[in-house]
Design a protein around this ligand. Structure first.
Ligand code: THG
Length: 260
């Protein structure tokens, strides 16, 4: 499981305040803590409130790279913000997070990814909005695979995100996401990878950590490769370790929960 630390995101009030004040300390503390917890990538999102998101993204990349070598997952809706992040990165191969599956956007982001040697997350949504079911999600995933193939972009570097929605808003989407995760692996050989924004599942709900870790175990059983998640949650990490044993990806030992 590729864990992508979710915490450097202006959705969180402490990070929004740090960005606003251009105070590197809280951002650097979260970067180090998530890297030490085992994040393979750090998600970086300026949040909806940043006044100058292009400049904020370059600043975030700069201050994070001062304290860790962990590669970054550049998270923004506007291509200019993504490109500012790509230009600022000096170490490792980042992930572009993300594009919708609209043909012109896909083509533009595939060019960007190739030019900067980045991986690319494609959301299974388009201008018409969020998919209603697994079939719509898979149709858009297929369009992404075809576009990547036509652009000569390696399919293993493409991450399909079936878009997790809060379970209290659209309960039927949770099983649709699981079904999509399973079937995406049949679209191509080699198949694309899969990623979810795990904490979306519990937004606005009580018992968030319980919902998050339960859904993660289910998604892992359906072949999930990567999750943008709260890696500072010990119980979430324990769930990943237990699921790896139960899926026979890790050899069983009585000490399986001891992470070193
Ligand atoms: N797919 C992709 N990228 C994504 C998402 C996705 N990036 C953003 C998001 N979804 C994943 N990251 C988060 C980060 C924070 C929260 C949820 C998902 C979150 N934040 C609290 C809230 O909104 O309630 C913030 C409040 C607080 O605690 O301060 O839940 O799906 N590719």
């Amino acid at each position: 499981m590729i864990l992508i630390g979710e915490r450097i995101n202006g959705l969180f009030r402490d990070v929004a305040a740090a960005i606003q004040a251009r105070d590197p300390e809280p951002v650097q503390r979260l970067a180090v803590a998530q890297a030490e917890a085992g994040a393979a990538f750090l998600d970086v999102n300026t949040g909806p409130a940043a006044e100058n998101p292009v400049e904020a993204m370059s600043w975030l990349v700069r201050v994070i790279e001062e304290v860790t070598d962990t590669p970054l997952c550049l998270d923004a809706g506007q291509p200019e913000v993504i490109e500012a992040g790509l230009k600022a990165v000096t170490r490792g191969r980042p992930i572009i997070n993300s594009t919708t599956a609209d043909p012109e956007r896909l083509a533009h982001y595939l060019d960007l990814a190739r030019h900067y040697g980045a991986r690319l997350i494609v959301l299974t949504m388009n201008r018409q909005g969020v998919s209603r079911d697994a079939a719509e999600r898979l149709a858009l995933a297929m369009e992404a695979v075809v576009a990547a193939d036509a652009a000569g972009f390696p399919i293993e570097e493409l991450f399909i995100d079936p878009l997790v929605l809060p379970v209290n808003v659209g309960q039927e989407h949770a099983p649709a996401v699981l079904e999509t995760l399973r079937q995406v692996k049949t679209l191509a050989d080699p198949p694309p990878q899969t990623v979810v924004g795990l904490s979306n599942i519990s937004q606005g709900c009580p018992h968030r950590p319980l919902l998050n870790r339960t859904f993660l175990a289910m998604a892992m059983a359906n072949g999930l490769d990567a999750a943008i998640a709260n890696v500072l949650d010990e119980e979430l990490l324990a769930t990943v370790a237990a699921a790896r044993v139960l899926l026979n990806r890790e050899i069983y030992s009585d000490a399986f929960l001891r992470r070193t």
